[in-house]
Design a protein around this ligand. Sequence first.
Ligand code: C2O
Ligand code: CU
Ligand code: CU
Length: 507
Amino acid sequence: MSENMISRRKFLRTLGLGGILLGSYPYLSACSAFLDRRTTPEVVGDPDVEVRLIARPGTQQIFSGTPTNIWRFTGEVLKGPADTLFSIPESYLGPIFRVKSGAQLRVHFENELPEKSIVHWHGLHVPDTADGHPRLAVESGESYVYDFKVMDRAGTYWYHPHPHGRTGPQVYRGLAGLFLIQDDQEAALSLPSGDQDLPMVIQDRTFDQDNQLIYDPSMMGMFGDQNFVNGLPDYTLDVDRRAYRLRLMNGSNARIYKLAWDDGTPLQVIGTEGGLLEKPVIKDYVTLAPAQRIDVWVDFGGWEAGKWINMVNLPSAAPGGGREFKIFSAAIKDTPRKEASLPETFPLHEKLDASQAVNANALRSFVLSMGMGMRWMINGRVFDMTNVANDEKVRQGDIEVWEFANRGMGMGMGMGMGMAQPHPMHIHGLQFKILERQIDPSELDAYNSLKNGFVDQGWHDTVLVMPGETVRLLMQFKDFSGLYVYHCHILEHEDMGMMRNFQVKNA
Ligand code: C2O
Ligand code: CU
Ligand code: CU
């Protein structure tokens, strides 16, 4: 009997269905969807794509010697294209989803971890019942069924657990995966695809002498001393002399990266969290905060055959950002050069008009600060599972300007004090525009070490707010009412309370 069968039995028993339903899996899913109160309540028609996603403990041979104990997502396609899920060989990361915009998706999440969990689809515009809010977390042995239509633009999204207080350790142990959306508009652009379309999930981890993960965060979050790409240390690519698309994602709990090619070649950025930009943006380096994604177009034909090119993290004033280190290496193969040209513009960019914001004259402002007793706060509050304050209620359909103001312990306290921290702020359920940034002059040093790497164009779901900085965002609460969260994506800050509900009310 395979491992899968055993765990399926165990799972059935937990649901109290053992012995009755040992038939085909689709039958079980229909029944558990019916019996589980916590399942998405809307009656949804037949999904186009149906997937089973299990979170459970496992091991991975990362180094020689003792295998590393990890937690991982594994998946199985129950309906729809078999290549909907792609597992990266030898990686602790979860399978990469590849889904077409417009597809109706059903995911059966099964929690085989020894603690409660729930999956959040980061960056996606989904009903609140499918958003993985911490109140929806299911106990060990339970399941949750997600039903949603993939409504977002083509781009690089991701998924990870979201139980309150435990997101940091669960992601650190390995629970995360990419969620790639494709659409016809993007396909028509003939961007590098297939073997030339490379996901690059960047993470840091620390291990003990016996190859086991050490999770030991400070108020600044968990910083690992070893760099991983796609769940592998010392990541190396063999590349042909042609164009590639690199989907860089910061999957670290707390580390802010300052990414550059080590020979100074500029980066050609074509996309952000919410898909392609209007046109490429050229950067000497890119600042990538936790949860952010950036699409980089690179012509490896620009380097000589046999050469090695490294992507490195440059030193910055970000916490833990003192040293330069290698992110990955690309070895340029001795193959004929293939002509490559980057489109000058990308079509179909949805506009959002700031003049239509309902609160243009009375901004919704959120002050980020540190509170007494190891807490990070938003407007003086910490997370409360169901509480929504009056300034956290919005109306469905409205366009709004939100402002995040990072005040630390008050003006002028340097990052060296550990009290003023950068906060990558993330809002669930939507993609926003970045309208403007203001920086307190007393905090310019840290700011200047990262600011040229900000890609503020395009659509985002996470924005880095530096100490002393105020950032204004433009967003619309489009199709769904309900309860969502916004939070700092330094996962330990989130776990320590730097997260709040916001409620989208029926108009
Ligand atoms: Cu990626 Cu609420 O998070
Ligand atoms: Cu999210
Ligand atoms: Cu934070």
